[in-house]
Write a protein that binds this ligand. Structure first.
Ligand code: CTP
Length: 414
């Protein structure tokens, strides 16, 4: 490896503790290596019951050692942690979280955690009872307070027949989260949204006409998903209220799926109760059919179709802005405009009563479905923050920068 490569190849330590989800970490490892990271796998002895040393060495191209007594002359118990740009422990068992929280160092991985000066991500996987146990809750809180990113496990099928919270998130999504944390560099050492609960709405609503038809819109949900994923990577507890979208659940995010604007309103209001910020990125239908036909609407020979009467949907953003259940809550809206973008944006910011309004210009080939976006973020203090054309994640990070700036000085929600 030449010098240039050493400078640009990020070094990642993949810690693997002893849970059945260890086999899923193979996919995470593959993603990391294939995207140009130099990965050193540090498994615990218990984890080798699930995935053997040979698999880790072959997939990473590096030795995978468990104990501090191997290659002692290289002082691995200190060097591996010191040199890392990111440590990700996936899966992290309840036992591993406990050891990390208490600074126990009885094998190579726990030593590495004590010497790491880089961002550390834990992807817990365990049974719901263990995750909810007060001991684990306190250990997670301790690690988060110290700046580690402990992502929320997913909800779903666990080992055996159990279902609940504790499932290892999709390894592809954990990889995405690692990529985001690495991209933040040293800024990721302070998870600036830690202790905050944020709610993001995303995707388009569908307003049904009959059992097979609906009025919908072209929103892909990508901007909202980028907001949820970036907030999770910055340490927030995230509730994502998702309308129609085909995107996978971001790692560490609680996803509530909804169909109509009325359902989205209910879910957003419920989640907003204890939220520090609410970002309304969803494309909420302004109108819904006045009547829902319980049977399919049929065409009738020789007859014109019945006109569809529409009624107004509630304006969720205006309602959230007017009636904030938590003092100091920040509310962010989005505005999609085709003409007089800034003037319409300013008027909408005032009309909706939110703190920030992300205004973007939309058209046939702009914004919808694309991975990129360009916007101006308007604030009630009169400021305008232009966000140049770029990934929707960059816009998402700018929104959180502005939200985090408004949190500064306010009591945190932990
Ligand atoms: N929004 C909402 N409830 C609605 C409609 C929109 O909460 N019933 C939210 C969107 O999530 C977005 C913001 O309001 O954050 C702007 O939506 P937009 O449709 O652009 O604004 P409207 O007030 O509908 O204005 P107009 O139709 O005149 O553009």
């Amino acid at each position: 490896m030449d010098k240039q490569e050493r400078v640009t190849t990020p070094k990642v330590v993949l810690g693997v503790s002893g849970g059945i989800a260890a086999y899923k970490a193979c996919e995470l490892l593959r993603r990391l290596t294939e995207s140009g990271h130099d990965v050193r796998v540090v498994p615990t002895a218990a984890s080798l019951h699930f995935v053997g040393e040979a698999t880790w060495s072959a997939l990473s191209g590096n030795p995978a050692t468990t104990e501090v007594w191997e290659s002692v002359h290289e002082v691995p118990h200190v060097r591996i942690g010191q040199e890392a740009d990111l440590v990700v422990v996936a899966p992290a068992t309840a036992d591993m979280l406990a050891k990390a929280a208490h600074g126990i160092a009885d094998d190579l991985l726990t030593n590495t955690l004590l010497t790491a000066r880089c961002p550390v991500v834990f992807a817990p996987a365990m049974h719901t009872e263990m995750w909810e146990n007060p001991a684990t809750r306190e250990n997670v809180a301790t690690l988060r307070r110290r700046g580690a990113l402990v992502i929320e496990p997913a909800v779903g099928r666990l080992t055996g027949v159990d279902t609940g919270k504790g499932r290892f998130p999709d390894p592809v999504e954990i990889f995405e989260l690692c990529r985001r944390v690495l991209a933040r560099g040293p800024r990721a050492l302070t998870a600036d949204l830690a202790g905050r609960h944020v709610v993001v709405t995303a995707g388009g609503t569908r307003e049904p006409l009959d059992p097979v038809r609906y009025l919908g819109n072209r929103s892909s949900g990508r901007q909202g998903y980028a907001l949820a994923a970036t907030a999770a990577a910055r340490g927030a507890r995230v509730t994502l209220v998702a309308g129609n979208t085909e995107l996978p659940d971001p790692a560490g995010v609680d996803v509530v799926r909804v169909g109509t604007a009325v359902q989205l309103r209910e879910a957003a209001l419920a989640a907003a109760e204890d939220a520090d910020a609410v970002v309304m990125a969803a494309a909420v239908a302004d109108f819904r059919p006045a009547a829902y036909a319980t049977g399919k609407i049929k065409k009738k020979d020789g007859q014109e179709p019945e006109p569809v009467t529409l009624v107004r949907n509630p304006d969720i953003l205006a309602e959230l802005s007017a009636d904030r259940p938590k003092p100091g809550q920040i509310v962010v809206g989005f505005a999609a405009e085709t003409d007089d973008v800034l003037a319409n944006g300013r008027a909408k910011l005032a009309r909706k009563g939110c703190d920030l309004l992300v205004v973007n210009e939309v058209g046939e080939h702009k914004t919808f479905g694309s991975a990129e976006n360009e916007a101006v973020i308007l604030a009630t203090d009169g400021s305008e923050t232009p966000v140049p054309h770029g990934p929707k994640e960059a816009l998402a990070d700018m929104v959180w920068d502005l939200v985090a700036g408004r949190f500064a000085g306010a009591p945190d929600g932990s």
